[in-house]
Every structure is written in structure tokens, then in C-alpha cells.
Design a protein around this ligand. Structure first.
Ligand code: FES
Length: 123
């Protein structure tokens, strides 16, 4: 049986499962409205779209592997979402670099607020 659509699900998020046609490029279909995955260059260079993936999809090519070794060394589930062509159902179990950087920015902002509060309390 030749399947024409596959599902992308997002673990631990509010985003619903998406159904896309076979061989769809994720970078052309995932947006901030329909997925938690963030994109930057969309050409496999910046690492913003780093994710962990469960599912049987073709392995990364040598260029993607080079970038993965920089941003997620040794992680066999790591992929660049902008380089994934959908050939099976997949689950994105963790959003990578872009999300983590956003998390760090929030932590810094929180710490900044704490410092402000501490300073305010001490006055
Ligand atoms: S968006 Fe830059 S590597 Fe995927």
C-alpha cells in the first residue's frame, strides 16, 4: 500500500498532529502557528531548527551530520527540521536550540526581575 500522507506529532505540547503529503519539506509547512519548531536559515546551517525525532525517516546527509555534531554531538535522534523530508509518521519529542535559547532568555529575564525585586525589597 502506498501511503500519501504522514503525521507529525509534537510531544508535550498543545500543538495538534499535522498531516502532510509524502516527501513534504517540514520547513515549508511548519509555522509558529502550527508547531513549536522554530526556523532560522532553513538551509541547514544555523541549527535553530534542531529537534529530536522519533520515526523511521532517511538518515541525515553529510552536511546535516556536520551541523548535528556541533549542536548535539552523539545524539542519534537529533535532526535539523528544515532538512527533513517526510517519508513516515514522526514525532518531534523535543524542540532544540531555538526553544532552548528562548528558555534561557526567559530565565535571564526572570533572574533580572528577581534582582529588581530583591533590590526593591532592600530599599
Ligand atoms: S533553520 Fe537553520 S538549520 Fe534549520
Amino acid at each position: 500500500m502506498n501511503q500519501n500522507t504522514y503525521n507529525i506529532s509534537f510531544s508535550d505540547t498543545k500543538y495538534p498532529t499535522l498531516a502532510l503529503e509524502r516527501d513534504s519539506q517540514l520547513s515549508q509547512h511548519l509555522t509558529v502557528q502550527n508547531s513549536p519548531v522554530l526556523f532560522g536559515c532553513r538551509t541547514g546551517i544555523c541549527g535553530t531548527c534542531l529537534v529530536e525525532v522519533e520515526g523511521d525517516i532517511p538518515p541525515p546527509n553529510s552536511e546535516e551530520l556536520e551541523i548535528l555534531e556541533i549542536f548535539s554531538p552523539g545524539n542519534k535522534q537529533a535532526r535539523l527540521a528544515c532538512q527533513i523530508k517526510l517519508t513516515n509518521n514522526i514525532k518531534i519529542i523535543e524542540e532544540g536550540r531555538g526553544k532552548k535559547e528562548e528558555g534561557r532568555r526567559k530565565e535571564v529575564r526572570k533572574e533580572g526581575k528577581k534582582e529588581e525585586k530583591v533590590d526593591g525589597d532592600s530599599l
